[in-house]
Design a protein around this ligand. Structure first.
Ligand SMILES: Nc1ncnc2c1ncn2[C@@H]1O[C@H](COP(=O)(O)OP(=O)(O)OP(=O)(O)O)[C@@H](O)[C@H]1O
Ligand SMILES: [Mg+2]
Length: 298
């Protein structure tokens, strides 16, 4: 049995700024490696949660543990890397100097050159931070989040403002880290990013958690995917197939809405091996996200 503590544990966690309740008593336990995406509209409480986990903001009540340690403790800090939404760095140091400095905070960092190469910073590694473009600054911040080779990485909107190539490179590094056994906690407003990267998605709305599941399970909360095909199976029979919620005849095609596409397709192919022109339209994360992240949860 694995007795290691959760990577991140929140128990009835609350955070208020004066009269503003940013986090209203949330519970979750994040175990093991992978990418954990936190989604939610502006003001949902995502950054507040990350700042509390880093010890930059004091929790108002409840319990929050980072790899079994109190937020902000030395034991936690040595295992954590971070990009904050509003990160900024000393203007006069070069990127290489900043990376060298950050590497010194960690027990087993990557080498500075390895980090520069991995993050593709070669063309501006020796420029002062203040001379960098917005996207280059973000990429430099990402290098600082990973140079320590930490167990847990918080990335608060890491790819905002990046060009497509830089975004794809960051995604590749994030996935690589997850596959090497690290945990990445990421916030984003790009649902495509969450779909591509996340093993688990948590949706917050007005300081509460409204969903916490795998991307596929979250998407299943829509009314299902639409299977479209040409088949001899009658509408009456199609309606009895597992997972099917509705069937529509569209010319020579049947359109079958199913909550369990794999099972429905197996049964349909058994009944009609000649079934042809098959397409499946996946439900979009966006559909579920808009449904779950609207309305005031106060
Ligand atoms: N330092 C602060 N002082 C007062 N209120 C704050 C502070 N930081 C955040 N808040 C409030 O707490 C709530 C949650 O903010 P938070 O920054 O956690 O949201 P978020 O989900 O990260 O939003 P975004 O997507 O815009 O980054 C908001 O109502 C915000 O106005
Ligand atoms: Mg935020």
């Amino acid at each position: 049995m694995d007795n290691s503590p959760p990577i991140l544990l929140a128990q009835d966690l609350k955070k208020s700024y004066g009269p503003v309740a940013a986090i209203k008593g949330i519970n979750f336990s994040l175990q093991g490696a992978g990418v954990f995406a936190i989604l939610g509209q502006n003001g949902a409480g995502k950054t507040s949660l990350i700042k509390c986990a880093l010890g930059l903001e004091k929790v108002s009540s409840g319990n929050l543990q980072v790899i079994g340690h109190p937020p902000g403790s030395l034991q936690a800090k040595r295992q954590v890397g971070v990009i904050l939404q509003d990160s900024d760095l000393p203007d006069l140091l070069t990127v290489r100097e900043q990376i060298t400095l950050f590497a010194s905070y960690y027990p087993k960092p990557f080498s500075v050159q390895q980090t520069i190469d991995m993050c593709e910073l070669q063309t501006f590694a020796d420029k002062r931070y203040k001379k960098l473009s917005g996207g280059q600054k973000r990429r430099a911040q990402f290098a600082l989040a990973i140079v320590g080779n930490p167990q847990l990485i918080f990335l608060d909107e890491p790819t905002t403002g990046l060009d497509i190539e830089a975004r794809r490179n960051m995604w590749a590094i994030i996935r690589q880290f997850a596959e090497q056994g690290k945990t990445i906690v990421l916030t984003t407003h790009y649902l495509e990013e969450a779909e591509n990267l996340a093993d688990r998605i948590m949706i917050m709305n007005s300081g509460v958690i409204v969903a916490n599941a795998s991307p596929n399970d979250i998407k299943k909360q829509t009314t299902g995917s639409v299977i479209r095909c040409e088949t001899q199976i009658s509408v009456d029979v199609l309606q009895t197939i597992s997972g099917v919620s509705s069937v529509v005849n569209a010319g020579r095609f049947s359109e079958i809405r199913s909550a369990d596409v794999n099972q429905s397709l197996k049964e349909m192919l058994n009944l009609d091996p000649q079934l042809s022109d098959l397409t499946v339209a996946q439900p979009k994360l966006e559909d579920v996200f808009s449904a779950l992240s609207q309305g005031d949860q106060a």
